[in-house]
Ligand binder design. Structure first.
Ligand code: GLY
Length: 338
């Protein structure tokens, strides 16, 4: 199935199809020089399939993990493109998770002031979230995504078959982002997840498509995050605080970060769904250093003065924005984890 993202001259299609990776050269224009950006955790066969369809390809393979999302690695990609004579007509393809996509996209946004970018997300999390919407970035001094640009891809391939090689823990992180967007925006999709689950669901493709459609709708309405797109930060404010202080994965932190932002009835439903997807719904030994979590959350680049815009959920399928002070965030956090 094809989900169009309508953004005027920056519009593109997201192809969701089992086996689509084999057809990369039909779906993308790879009849040129192609810089493939991937990481050490991505099975070689995936980027080899893309490389097989390129006229000329070169690969930039970095160490898997957020720690690789550095200005230096971004410069390494650009340097390789420059030394191999890439022109403005050539392109960059990311094959991997959010780190590969963010870094490759940022290199594509900057090299010669912008070249074409394609994305083949290979984790559930990047399929349903970061591959849609054109956010690209690298981290600086431990601050996430602080240097970046909006640069929409020219096309995205979501091949659910690649999830077969994903670890259960990484799969669960993607499930957290699906639960997040369904809880905020789509009662029907959320109820379907409550009923049938995500992991092991034979209709996983439809669940992915449901989440991608929602994300595409948000991005179409608010490409540059001036309003509605902030809904995607549901669970992320406290989640980023938790992530800065624990060894938990991003999706696990988002799962935890959603709970203090919900009314009680909704919270119980979200907790049940998270547990079903093998995601944490609490800390085993009580709250994790609340002062440090809240201080880290308030350092988020989305903070405005002494307040930060949070997304609140009183009912499944409807949300509100609320500017919260540090004290309010602490109160919310302790109510659930204290
Ligand atoms: N991942 C949040 C966004 O794309 O805005």
């Amino acid at each position: 199935m094809v989900i169009p993202v309508g953004l005027g001259k920056n519009s593109y299609d997201i192809v969701i199809e089992r086996g689509a990776l084999e057809r990369a050269s039909e779906i993308f224009d790879l009849d040129r020089k192609v810089m493939i950006v991937t990481d050490s955790g991505v099975p070689e066969k995936y980027y080899c399939r893309v490389a097989a369809g390129c006229r000329v390809s070169t690969a930039g393979i970095f160490q898997a993990g957020e720690a690789s999302k550095t200005p230096q690695n971004f410069l390494n990609i650009c340097t390789k493109m420059m030394r191999e004579g890439f022109s403005r007509k050539d392109c960059v393809v990311a094959v991997g998770g959010g780190v590969a996509g963010d870094m490759a996209g940022f290199a594509a946004a900057c090299y010669m002031r912008g070249v074409d970018f394609y994305n083949v997300p290979t984790t559930l999390l990047s399929q349903v979230d970061s591959s849609v919407g054109g956010k690209t970035a690298v981290d600086l001094d431990g601050v996430k995504n602080i240097i970046g640009a909006f640069h929409q891809p020219k096309g995205v391939i979501i091949d659910p078959d690649v999830l077969e090689t994903l670890s259960p823990r990484q799969f669960a992180c993607g499930a957290a982002e699906i639960i997040k967007i369904a809880a905020c925006m789509d009662k029907e999709l959320f109820e379907r997840i409550e009923r049938d689950g995500i992991v092991g669901n034979p209709n996983l493709d439809e669940i992915i498509a449901g989440a991608v459609r929602l994300k595409a709708k948000v991005v179409e309405e608010d490409e540059k995050e001036a309003g509605l797109r902030r809904v995607l930060n549901f669970g992320h404010t406290l989640g980023h605080g938790i992530e800065a202080l624990t060894g938990l994965y991003h999706g696990e932190c988002v799962a935890l970060g959603m709970l203090p932002m919900c009314g009680e009835g909704v919270r119980d439903r979200i907790k049940a769904v998270l547990t079903g997807e093998h995601l944490p719904a609490g800390f085993s030994e009580g709250a994790f250093e609340p002062e440090k979590v809240i201080a880290a959350a308030m350092h988020d680049k989305k903070a405005e003065g002494d307040k930060i815009v949070t997304v609140r959920l009183e009912d499944i399928g409807s949300f509100s924005f609320e500017a919260a002070s540090e004290e309010q965030l602490m109160k919310d956090y302790l109510e659930v984890f204290g």
